[in-house]
Ligand binder design. Structure first.
Ligand code: SF4
Ligand code: SF4
Length: 465
């Protein structure tokens, strides 16, 4: 079978059972074993046989190729790590406030973070017992992560300080002596990163993600202030200050969102590179799906994958594997392939993480906040497994992904995007699948390029000795 994915002018794709092959220009064909997460260069004979299992065998060489293909397909590699996710909440995202000082064009929360509701900040008094409950329930000897989200969370630094201090001091008490390590993260627009707020983030050794969509000519349009002026100057002041304090923080990630109005990842990548960030994240906007009635025929999802392919080429040609691995998506996939670690859940929503909104209501996904029907009932505090029973199975199973070649790298996809496209969290968005498969194909091709380069370097070194 020949798959029609993006970049078909560049990459030919064939599949036979659990082996998928890619042929990219003049390069040797690459095959990926979907269950075992193995990537290998294959011979032209093997490539010719791939996907031809029912055709007549033309020669002895091809018969041998077919046999080795079938043997490889049937192999069970005991080194492969399961992607099973045990139930137990280990991450809480807390919307400390729903208000925001920006008015981003693609904001899903009513354009200003409020979902049209009156301005609200979280009640610290109500949140502390909720935190205590989840910390008491949390599995021992692991980390417990709190992510502060908004609106713009730095509009309520007092809330962040109170909740952060509580978590740290509670975990030191004998009542909570389960060897749990607290970790803190924040997602901010960067415009309020003044000295005081940076001291607060340093006191929590916070992992900071700054949302910035690119250079001023892009970011000012996508992420204006409430008064309509661009926010980039303020954000860059904050970001520079943040990097001056990098040693006392956790990681720093720059994160851009792309949609039909802004599909210039290459310009954003160039702009990001002035900063020594741990990672750059490039996300396709969840609000920009061509399977939605008002977006029908929109090519931006395909453009996004194509641009990510160009981005990979640029990062690889300029900085090799380290350049690729500075891009969050490629780094995750390279690690999964190196460790042969399967993913059975695209995200841990309802299994390992929950969201507390600014009204102290509980949700499974940050994007569900504001949707009453998605709220988890109060029985979460009596019988969490019962309250979250609809989320208990692996997403691969819930979303019927058993035959997809990309399943153990994707993990069933984003439930929010699926629901937006199809009306059900567990019915897949075809556009999502196409984009994901294309991004994974790019990752696999570049993974093999990096590893082949390693092999060459190794052989050259061996010869030199
Ligand atoms: S969501 Fe789509 S791409 Fe992901 S595993 Fe399922 S079928 Fe494959
Ligand atoms: S369902 Fe999608 S948007 Fe929601 S938490 Fe999971 S990955 Fe994120």
């Amino acid at each position: 079978m020949v798959y029609q994915l993006h970049l078909t002018s560049l990459v030919e794709i064939k599949r036979q059972n659990d082996i998928i092959g890619f042929k990219w220009g003049q390069q040797a064909p690459v095959a990926f074993h979907c269950r075992n997460l193995e990537v290998a260069e294959i011979s032209e004979d093997l490539w010719n046989e791939l996907g031809n299992s029912s055709s007549e065998i033309q020669s002895v060489t091809n018969s041998e190729a077919l046999t080795s293909l079938n043997e490889w397909n049937n192999e069970i590699n005991s080194e492969v790590q399961s992607g099973h996710l045990n139930f137990g909440i280990r991450t809480l995202t807390i919307n400390v406030t729903q208000i925001c000082n920006l008015m981003c064009t693609y904001c899903a929360a009513g354009g200003d973070g409020t979902y049209g509701a009156p301005e609200v900040k979280i009640s610290v008094e109500k949140t502390l017992p909720q935190l205590k409950y989840f910390l008491d329930q949390a599995p021992s000897n692991q980390s417990f992560k709190i992510i502060f989200l908004g609106g713009e969370p730095l509009l309520y630094p007092e809330g962040i300080r109170a909740l952060g201090n509580y978590v740290r001091s509670y975990l030191l008490t004998s009542a909570a002596a389960k060897n749990i390590t607290p970790l803190f993260g924040i997602v901010t627009n960067g415009t309020l990163l003044n000295d005081e707020n940076i001291e607060l983030l340093k006191s929590l050794k916070c992992h900071v993600t700054v949302s910035l969509d690119g250079p001023p000519e892009i970011n000012d349009v996508a992420r204006p202030l409430k008064n309509g002026k661009g926010s980039t100057t303020l954000a860059l002041q904050g970001i520079r200050k943040l990097f001056e304090n990098k040693a006392d923080l956790g990681s720093i990630v720059l994160h851009g969102v792309f949609n039909s109005d802004n599909m210039n990842q290459l310009a954003t990548y160039e702009f990001y590179r002035q900063f020594p960030a741990d990672k750059f994240e490039f996300t396709y906007s969840v609000m920009d799906q061509s399977d939605l009635p008002d977006k029908l025929g929109d090519q931006s999802s395909q453009n996004f994958s194509d641009q990510m392919h160009s981005l990979a080429e640029k990062a690889y040609s300029e900085s090799g594997e380290s350049g690729l691995r500075q891009i969050g998506f490629f780094d995750n996939i390279f690690s999964a392939l190196d460790e042969q670690r399967r993913t059975e859940n695209f995200c841990g929503a309802g299994k390992s993480f929950l969201v507390v909104d600014a009204k102290n209501k509980i949700f499974t996904c940050p994007w569900d906040v504001g949707q009453k029907e998605e709220q988890i009932g109060n029985n979460i505090f009596e019988n969490p497994q019962e309250a979250l029973k609809n989320y208990s199975k692996p997403l691969l199973e819930l979303n019927n992904c058993q035959t997809c070649w990309a399943r153990y790298l994707c993990g069933g996809g984003c439930m929010f995007i699926h629901k937006k496209a199809t009306g059900s969290k567990n019915t897949k968005s075809p556009e999502f699948c196409q984009r994901m498969q294309s991004l994974l194909m790019t990752s696999i091709l570049f993974y093999k390029k990096c590893r082949t380069q390693d092999e060459r370097t190794y052989h050259e070194e061996s010869k030199a000795h």
